[in-house]
Each structure stands twice: as structure tokens, then as C-alpha cells.
Design a protein around this ligand. Structure first.
Ligand code: NDP
Length: 247
């Protein structure tokens, strides 16, 4: 699985699942642009880890939900690196709360980052991919987008929306040799999930066939397959990486 010479952008690549994806793509030979929005130290640490393993990484700070910022960032990356070949739309946030009490701004924030952000980045990246007639786009969805999760109507809607985006894009871009797929993680050990109490964690584990939470590297492995030559004949699909918690 060789990505020598490929330029990859991983949104939210600075920590959690995004960091594991960035490290994995860099280990496969890609030059990885590690995106973040607020915590620069995490992004610096990720790029340091990439370089320590002999890979190439750069930091790119922008808010995926800000259309002008996304356009500027991709223009700068293409000016510096020559192209964008791989995009992983991984940046995501939660603003949980029961529907009855959910504020409109919590709905908007999650939809803007998790769904509109993916659209904006995919639009900017695919323009370049079309010129080269090669591209790989992977959208990080969630089991919540398939099963629905109480307290997460905003997040579940955004993650389900990513599946529609994935399928429609796959249809539009296949003739340009650009594949578009989704990975839907179950519960993965990151900062996003470590806020859960140990009682809640034990409850969740009862629903997971493999009886444990996944690791960020499990998601990185799925992304690695989809962007590599091994995954070249796969498009418009969702790879569920959830230990069997949703079938
Ligand atoms: P983390 O909270 O650990 O990391 C989120 C990353 O996204 C950070 O790098 C953060 O940057 C970045 N980010 C957030 N908002 C923006 C923005 N507006 N623009 C650019 N970057 C942004 O999340 P996880 O690693 O747990 O999750 C990664 C993805 O996987 C998300 O899409 C999430 O929904 C999905 N997922 C996670 C699961 C899990 O169990 N952890 C399960 C299913 C799906 P900064 O640090 O600067 O804020």
C-alpha cells in the first residue's frame, strides 16, 4: 500500500482518530497536511510524530465550516505541494442534548462542521483531483448516523447526511477516477468518548459483539485500504468499523 508522491489532507488530523489517520498515511509515503482549528499544540505534536517516523507532514490551520478559509487553505496547499490527491473529511464535533432542549446554535454548529465542512473541503479538493483524473475522498461518518443516538439528533443527522454526500459524489466523480467512500466508526477511544462515565461505558460495551471499544488505528486502517490501490474498485460505500455494535 504505497502512497509515495501523493498529497493528503486530513481535516481534524491533529488528534484522536485524525492523528492516527495522518500517521498511517504518512507511513505509507504521502505528504500529509494535518488540519486543526484551535489547538495548535496537538497539530505540532502530530507533525513531530510523523517526522520522527521518517514521514512528511505539514500543519494547515483552518475552520472547515468557513468557506472562504477552506478555499484559501486548499489554494495554498496546491501552490506549495502541487496538488491534493487524498482528502479525509474527519473533523467533527458534538453538542449533545435531548432534542426538546437542543438550542438552534447547537444544531447549526454540528451540521456546519460535520456536514457542510465535508462538502466545502470535498468541493475544493475535487477541483484539483479532476484535473489529474485521480483522487480519493473518505468521509468519516459514525454508527450514530445509521442507528440514531438519543441526545444526538444534530450529530446523527450530520453523520447520516455524510452518507448521502458520499453516494452522490461517488456518482458524480467516478468518471474522473475519483472514489468517494465513508468509514463509520463505532465507539473509539478518543477525547470525544472519554468524557463518558465508566458506568455508561460498561453499558455500551454490552452492545458490542467484540466487547471492547475500538482504537483510532482501527479507523486509520480502514482509511488506508480505501485510499490505497487495494481499494481502487470501491466507491460510494461505507465501511463499518464498530466491533459489531451495529449490523
Ligand atoms: P476529537 O474530538 O478527538 O478530534 C476532533 C478533531 O477535529 C480535532 O483535530 C479538532 O481540532 C478538529 N476540528 C473540530 N472542529 C473543527 C473545525 N471546525 N475545523 C477544523 N478542524 C476541526 O474527535 P475524534 O478523533 O474522536 O473523532 C474524529 C471523527 O470521527 C469525527 O468526525 C467524529 O465525529 C468521528 N467519530 C468518532 C467516534 C469516536 O468514538 N471517537 C465514533 C464515530 C465517529 P482542534 O483540536 O483544533 O479543535
Amino acid at each position: 500500500m504505497n502512497l509515495q508522491g501523493k498529497i493528503a489532507v486530513v481535516t481534524g488530523g491533529s488528534r484522536g482518530i485524525g492523528r492516527a489517520i495522518s500517521l498511517r498515511l504518512a507511513a505509507m509515503g504521502a505528504l500529509v497536511y494535518v488540519n486543526y482549528v484551535s489547538r495548535s499544540a496537538a497539530a505540532e505534536e502530530t507533525v513531530a510524530l510523523i517526522r520522527a517516523q521518517g514521514g512528511q507532514g505539514e500543519i494547515v490551520a483552518f475552520d472547515v465550516a468557513d468557506g472562504a478559509a477552506v478555499q484559501r487553505a486548499f489554494k495554498d496547499i496546491i501552490a506549495a505541494a502541487g496538488s491534493v490527491d487524498i482528502l479525509v473529511n474527519n473533523a467533527g464535533i458534538t453538542r449533545d442534548g435531548l432534542m426538546a432542549r437542543m438550542k438552534e446554535e447547537d444544531w447549526d454548529a454540528v451540521l456546519d462542521t460535520n456536514l457542510k465542512g465535508a462538502f466545502l473541503c470535498a468541493k475544493a479538493a475535487s477541483r484539483e483531483m479532476m484535473k489529474k483524473k485521480w483522487g480519493r475522498i473518505v468521509n468519516i461518518s459514525s454508527v450514530s448516523g445509521f442507528a440514531g443516538n438519543p441526545g444526538q439528533v444534530n450529530y446523527s443527522a450530520a453523520k447520516a447526511g455524510l452518507i448521502g454526500l458520499t453516494k452522490a459524489m461517488a456518482r458524480e466523480y467516478a468518471s474522473r477516477n475519483i472514489t468517494v467512500n465513508a468509514v463509520a466508526p463505532g465507539y473509539i477511544e478518543t477525547e470525544m468518548t472519554e468524557q463518558l462515565s465508566s458506568e455508561v461505558q460498561e453499558e455500551i460495551k454490552k452492545d458490542i459483539l467484540l466487547a471492547s471499544f475500538g482504537k483510532a488505528e482501527d479507523i486509520a486502517a480502514a482509511v488506508a485500504y480505501l485510499v490505497s490501490d487495494d481499494g481502487r474498485y470501491v466507491t460510494g460505500q461505507t465501511l463499518h468499523v464498530n466491533g459489531g455494535m451495529y449490523l
